[in-house]
Design a protein around this ligand. Structure first.
Ligand SMILES: [Zn+2]
Length: 201
């Protein structure tokens, strides 16, 4: 990662410790374990460098995302997840529910759900292989490298996600979008497998 993690960069107001009940939460937990198993969110002291989310209901903005400083692993408790309800750009304020602060990249997830109504899963991870082979695999790479966790990185990502569901944040990581969580995982795995075949050539 280009930058050392130093916490969230937005204001956060919590409206309670309990997140919306959703049958999809157990699926998100298994996707998190899978990201960890495939080393797509390498750990740093106190957490993992990945954040995964899903939209609770089509047509609504609310989504559930991994909490800040969370280590992706097997059997994650509900308290490792936060529900995001809204984001106010003028006050740089996220409103949500949950016992922990939401992921540092929550603004990015929010802007994606707001601007891409067909998307119901946003998975962000870090993979040296994908960064290395992005050009050969013709994966779009952002031009700028804004700081993690800012509205600027969210806007830069969105620009490149307007026509693609899988992009590289320059010198940082990848974002995979899907209509379903399965679709977002499939996209990631396809690109990873293609990296392996280039490596073996
Ligand atoms: Zn990142």
């Amino acid at each position: 990662m280009a930058e050392i993690y130093s916490g969230i960069k937005f204001n956060y107001k919590s409206f309670g410790k309990t997140i919306e009940k959703s049958e999809l939460l157990s699926e998100l937990k298994s996707r998190c374990a899978f990201f960890n198993e495939k080393n797509l969110a390498p750990p740093y002291p106190g957490g993992s460098s990945g954040n995964l989310s899903f939209r609770i209901k089509p047509g609504a903005i609310n989504f559930i995302i991994t909490a800040s400083h969370t280590a992706l692993r097997e059997n994650m408790p509900d308290s490792d997840f936060t529900e995001i309800i809204s984001y106010d750009e003028n006050e740089n304020l996220i409103i949500g529910k949950g016992s922990e602060e939401p992921s540092s990249e929550s603004i990015m997830h929010y802007l994606i759900y707001k601007n891409k109504p067909e998307i119901n899963a946003v998975f962000h991870g870090h993979s040296p292989e994908l960064l290395k082979f992005a050009d050969q695999l013709k994966i779009p790479v952002t031009k700028k490298e804004p700081e993690y966790g800012t509205i600027e990185i969210a806007r830069e990502a969105l620009k490149f996600l307007s026509t693609d569901n899988f992009i590289i944040l320059k010198n940082h990581g990848f974002i995979s979008l899907g209509k379903t969580m399965q679709a977002a995982v499939n996209l990631t795995i396809n690109y990873l497998n293609n990296c392996k075949s280039i490596n073996n050539d």
